[in-house]
Ligand binder design. Structure first.
Ligand code: ATP
Length: 258
């Protein structure tokens, strides 16, 4: 049977997506256009205030764009947001889970929101995968930053999303826990085929996880490509140097003299 248009649509299709928080303010996101394929992992990179969180909020339908449009998994977010949201999820350090109820209760609430079949089984499964079993009865507010990150990931995966938006998934984690989360995400993505858009300040993380990177500056895509393409283009050894070149408006490095 041929795939319907919605089934074959990109994971995210943004067309001239724009957000101005005030009529006289410069746009926080300025005519952003891209099509991220299903199953891909893309990075959204940019300095503080570049527009990453605003972009993710528009992709989730939490912020109404001033202009342009975006469709997630083939659903237009202005007209058909709830059909898309049932099939996607997100994790952000800016959104705390209710702290007084236990980890298990938090996950039950989200399982209920998403109408997850066999919710208890799904919670047990995720707790096992994310090393949360011993924490299920603890109040979520009492956990360490690393433990909260793992709970936030469990929440983000409760509905087996086809599209996952991650805003700084390893911010405030120690190197060991950060590495554990990155390995876990890599494995999860390979097994599930879920598309992931990752906003991060951690260049090594983006280089490791992402097949394609959008470099944002003042709300605009100023460059994009695979990490390898960007390294070659700027003549750099790591993405952090490329990021600094772009942030500081430096041109690509000249070829070394023969
Ligand atoms: N609620 C808001 N009201 C007004 N301006 C806002 C609001 N949220 C963000 N902005 C502005 O929009 C611009 C983009 O901010 P945004 O938070 O999207 O950037 P970011 O790339 O996520 O930054 P960071 O890396 O610091 O988290 C900034 O200039 C910011 O001051």
């Amino acid at each position: 049977m041929p795939a319907t248009a919605a089934e074959s649509a990109p994971a995210i299709h943004a067309e001239a997506l724009t957000k101005r928080y005030a009529p006289d303010a410069p746009p926080a996101v300025d005519a952003l256009s891209f099509a991220m394929p299903r199953g891909a992992t893309w990075g959204l990179l940019g300095g503080n205030g570049a527009g990453k969180t605003t972009t993710i909020a528009m992709l989730l339908g939490l912020i109404v764009p001033s202009a342009g449009r975006v469709a997630c998994l083939g659903h237009d977010m202005a007209r058909d947001r709830f059909a898309a949201l049932a099939r996607m999820n997100f994790s952000s350090p800016y959104i705390a889970l209710p702290g007084r109820i236990s980890v298990a209760e938090n996950l039950r609430v989200y399982a209920h929101f998403y109408d997850v079949p066999q919710a208890e089984r799904r919670i047990t499964e995720l707790a096992g995968q994310l090393q949360l079993t011993a924490l299920l009865d603890r109040p979520a507010g009492e956990l360490s930053a690393g433990q909260k990150t793992r709970v936030a990931l469990a929440k983000a995966l409760i509905n087996r999303p086809e599209l996952l938006l991650l805003d700084e998934p390893t911010a405030s984690l120690d190197p060991d826990t950060g590495d554990w989360v990155r390995s876990w995400l890599e494995r999860y993505q390979a097994e599930s085929g879920c598309a992931i858009l990752l906003a991060s300040h951690n260049m090594a993380e983006v280089e490791r996880l992402c097949g394609h990177v959008l470099m944002l500056k003042q709300g605009r895509v100023v460059d994009q490509g695979s990490p390898a393409e960007l390294l070659a283009k700027y003549g750099r050894d790591d993405l952090e140097e490329v990021f600094l070149d772009i942030a500081r408006g430096r041109q690509r490095q000249p070829e070394p003299a023969e």
